[in-house]
Ligand binder design. Structure first.
Ligand SMILES: *[C@@H]1O[C@H](CO)[C@@H](O)[C@H](O)[C@H]1NC(C)=O
Ligand SMILES: *[C@@H]1O[C@H](CO)[C@@H](O)[C@H](O)[C@H]1NC(C)=O
Ligand SMILES: *[C@@H]1O[C@H](CO)[C@@H](O)[C@H](O)[C@H]1NC(C)=O
Ligand SMILES: *[C@@H]1O[C@H](CO)[C@@H](O)[C@H](O)[C@H]1NC(C)=O
Length: 327
């Protein structure tokens, strides 16, 4: 009897202390579903694209390798690392959903994958870029991702969501490098692929061109020393030399749309932009690798481009795991 009371008290305390993310009450998780049923409720393999409980405009897909259960059942084993892949402007999630490249990578490396979907249109019928700049009238896409990470951590307690492996190409590269300025403590390693318009660590320009007003907008400060603790790679195609749209196009666009996202017109190739951004980070004391993928233009689906983006993160995962096992 006394034992029972102690156990239920301990249970109550643990339930109260483990905070449940908003809207996740009653969720099936890998700790409350019997191991032999995990696959039947899609907690192993590809999980259906699901809306975020905290902002239903944003949704996400998750892939968990099927041998994941061994890892959670085995407390001596590390948590699974999480690759977070941010889509570009076209919102293609083919790597996760159609051609299986991300699941294959995840099975090989032994990691889970999260692919958020920030739809176009959240700030009006012509909005295609709000998620890239993290802060628009009604969306904080960085906070939306942090909330999603809490939901993933709750459903799959065996996944490490505290230190993510972040990759993003094009618009996804825009999101990724801006997320790094604000949340370096949540990222173990990042692969920033071919962003077209970027935020420089420039204290004389306001967000999203520079970082002078990060305190006002985001209630935080940019700490380049913290960025230097992250393993970083910039990736861009050798032939990513075209500028999206002519200067006439950008003038027309500004006339009809105004500058809704506060990003200046694109006036340089992504190859040049990536090099310039990396140089400014290097000058600010942030080390990184620059990978120029031979023969590839601005193509997120190119196998060599994907390999370059993800392989770096896979290496970083295994490096960290090896280090944590050193005695
Ligand atoms: C637990 O981990 C150990 C060491 O990695 C491994 O030898 C063992 O097979 C694992 N057990 C299960 C049930 O996965
Ligand atoms: C701003 O950040 C500080 C320190 O992290 C925190 O104490 C404060 O509540 C935050 N303010 C707002 C308005 O979020
Ligand atoms: C592109 O525009 C930015 C300002 O928006 C300017 O600082 C930069 O020098 C321009 N680059 C070229 C190649 O014209
Ligand atoms: C981690 O250790 C394994 C096994 O010893 C080795 O094969 C792998 O190359 C190591 N990874 C890195 C990135 O050093």
């Amino acid at each position: 009897m006394r034992l029972n009371i102690t156990i239920s008290l301990a249970f109550l305390i643990s339930v109260t202390w483990a905070s449940i993310p908003p809207g996740m009450e009653g969720a099936l998780t890998t700790s409350n579903v019997p191991a032999e049923y995990l696959e039947y409720v899609f907690l192993l393999g590809g999980f259906p694209i699901i809306q975020s409980r905290s902002d239903p405009r944003v949704s996400y897909g998750v892939y968990v390798p099927k041998d994941y259960y061994n890892a959670v059942s085995n407390l001596t084993q590390d948590k699974l690392p999480l690759l977070v892949n941010i889509h570009g402007t076209s919102r293609r999630m083919t790597a996760l959903q159609v051609d299986d490249q991300l699941p294959k990578f995840a099975d090989e490396i032994g990691c889970a994958v999260l692919a958020p979907l920030f739809p176009a249109g959240v700030e009006g019928p012509n909005d295609i870029s709000s998620y890239k700049v993290l802060h628009t009238a009604s969306l904080r896409s960085d906070l939306a991702l942090l909330d999603i990470l809490d939901e993933v951590a709750y459903r799959w307690p065996g996944i490490d969501t505290k230190h993510i492996y972040l990759s993003g190409f094009s618009g996804g590269g825009q999101f990724a490098h801006r997320f790094l300025y604000l949340h370096p403590d949540r990222v173990a390693a990042a692969s920033i692929g071919a962003p077209g318009r970027v935020t420089y660590p420039d204290q004389s320009k306001s967000w999203p061109q520079g970082i002078s007003d990060v305190g006002e907008i985001f209630n935080t400060t940019v700490n380049m020393e913290k960025l230097n603790e992250i393993s970083l790679q910039f990736v861009v195609g050798e032939k990513d030399t075209e500028i999206h749209g002519s200067s006439e196009f950008w003038e027309w666009l500004e006339e009809v749309m105004g500058s809704a996202d506060d990003l200046p017109p694109m006036n340089e190739s992504r190859l040049d932009t990536v090099k310039k951004l990396r140089d400014t980070w290097t000058a600010a004391g942030v080390d990184s690798l620059l990978t120029i993928v031979p023969g590839v233009a601005h193509d997120s689906e190119d196998p060599a481009m994907r390999k370059a983006l993800w392989e770096f993160l896979g290496d970083q995962m295994s490096l960290r795991q090896n280090e944590s096992h050193k005695v």
